[in-house]
Design a protein around this ligand. Structure first.
Ligand code: ARG
Length: 489
């Protein structure tokens, strides 16, 4: 097994026999492991503190190793000796610094549980900072929606004018989607935040280790119990990346809408979120939003890449796993940035009220409201639909009471005004009145949207609270680990 150790060669894990040969570079994850350098130091410290507490190594050895880790940290990832990965390189550096007793650091563990712990430790931070970005985006959308509860705009299905709505209702639809993205990320976090450390290669260890203690020192909410599962499982990467790809898909929808709305003159994108052309001097292009839209492709590809690496792997550890986590990290980096950009572009865009009001009634978008009105006065909805559909067909564009009367004469054999007052029909044909009439829960009527804003603001505050709690529990653990280290060094 390549995990066997020597204390007298420059690479403590590989030694001379497995010096790497032509595949040395190919095998090494040291450069990519920069991302988990700090995590590995924390994992090493927690492990050494636990080994000391359990009497598995003595206090002097623990102190020497912890002091060496401090120097390794101060020197930085770039100064590590050569190694197959960050775990081997740090161990090599420790042994170089304190001699063979440095080799006691790797007692009762393997790089298999070590790397799994480092990945979870690091990814926690990335998930929480993404949640922070999503919450900020939700706040920004809510603020942008607030002044627009009465700004009517066209709503689309199949990209055809469908029914009028308002800018606030539209923007808050994305706040709702982002609220679920937040939930999925926090949910993934809670399963991610378990410690595999102590699973060792996969088969546990005869040493009397305390897995709960290392979990606590590293801020995990408990352990991944089965040692084979602990060292092998990467579903935490899958669910995190799936949540990220879902978030990216939400953002791509916002981006696509804004690109279309800018095309129609409904919004003016801020210059900060626009680009120009190197040849066409008049151009103002929505490049940033196009890149947000494209990022959803990267994230989806990342999820696919990850699942493809994992699919069909036998238990327990296989080196394929070294190629799994980059997919998750790359996706999360790109999507966190895209979250800020999408929110910035959406909330700095200026809504063109005149153009929106004019377009809100396009394509007889109030037709459903007229049919609803007739149905509310006793006509079966299907009959009302048929009457209004005939009017739409005849008018080929704008419909008035007269057009509707002609259709009614044909389909119902009676006048509409015998069913409902003329003023009510006129009102139903007006986009703003049409919106105001749709007062069902979650509907676009201005007073309904005003009420729902209260719940939205509360929901954002709750999630911000959940985020802060998770962060402070990590900070507390970090401080406790620092104290344990400081007591020994
Ligand atoms: N660099 C490895 C990874 O990222 C660490 C674990 C190596 N374990 C082993 N048995 N070769 O997966």
């Amino acid at each position: 097994m390549s995990d066997e150790e020597s204390t007298n060669a420059s690479d403590v894990v590989r030694r001379e026999r497995f010096s790497g040969g032509p595949a040395r570079e190919f095998l090494s994850s040291l450069a990519a492991d920069r991302r988990i350098f700090a995590a590995d130091l924390a994992v090493d410290r927690a492990h050494v503190v636990m080994l000391d507490e359990q009497g598995i190594i003595d206090g002097e050895d623990a102190a020497a190793i912890l002091a060496a880790l401090r120097d390794v940290e101060a020197a930085g990832h770039g100064e590590l000796p050569d190694g197959e990965d960050v775990h081997a390189a740090i161990e090599t550096a420790v042994i170089e610094a304190v001699g063979q007793r440095g080799g006691k650091m790797h007692t009762a563990r393997s790089r298999n549980d070590e790397v799994a712990t480092c990945l979870r430790y690091r990814l926690r931070e990335d998930v929480l900072s993404t949640v922070e970005a999503v919450i900020a985006a939700r706040e920004a959308l809510t603020e942008a929606a607030d002044p627009h509860t009465e700004t009517v705009m066209p709503g689309y299905t199949h990209l055809q004018p469908a029914q009028p709505t308002t800018v606030a209702h539209y923007l808050l639809s994305y706040e709702s989607a982002l609220a679920r993205d937040t939930e999925r990320l926090l949910d993934a976090y809670d399963r991610l935040n378990r410690s595999p450390l102590g699973g060792a290669a996969f088969a546990g260890t005869p040493f009397d280790i305390d897995r709960e203690r290392t979990a606590e020192l590293l801020g995990f909410d408990g352990i991944v119990e089965n040692s084979m599962d602990a060292s092998s499982a990467r579903d935490f990467l899958v669910e995190t990346t799936a949540a990220i790809a879902g978030l990216a898909t939400t953002l791509s929808g916002i981006a696509e809408d804004l690109i279309l709305f800018a095309n129609k003159g409904y919004v003016d994108l801020a210059d900060d979120y626009s680009s120009t052309s190197s040849i066409m001097p008049q151009k103002k292009n929505p490049d940033s939003l196009e890149l947000v839209r494209g990022t959803a492709g990267d994230a989806t590809a990342g999820l696919n890449g990850l699942l493809t690496v994992l699919k069909g792997l036998p238990r327990a550890y296989n080196r394929d796993l070294q190629r799994a986590h980059a997919h998750a990290f790359e996706a999360i980096d790109a999507v966190r940035e895209a979250t800020d950009v999408a929110a910035g572009a959406a909330t700095t865009a200026e809504w063109n009220r005149d153009a929106l009001t004019e377009a809100a009634g396009d394509g007889f978008s109030t037709a459903t409201g007229v049919a609803d009105l007739l149905a509310m006065h006793g006509l079966p909805f299907r009959t009302a639909h048929e009457t209004v559909a005939l009017a739409a067909e005849r008018a080929d564009g704008s419909v008035d009471v007269e057009t509707l009367e002609e259709a009614a004469a044909e389909t119902l054999g009676r006048s509409l005004t015998s069913i409902v007052d003329r003023e009510e029909i006129v009102a139903a044909l007006d986009p703003a009145e049409s919106v105001a009439s749709r007062r069902s829960a979650g509907g676009p009527a201005p007073d309904v949207v005003r009420d729902s804003l209260v719940g939205v603001v509360d929901g954002i505050a709750d999630d911000a609270n959940d985020l802060a709690e998770r962060r402070s529990s990590l900070e507390e653990a970090q401080a406790a680990l620092e104290t344990e280290v400081a007591d020994r060094v």
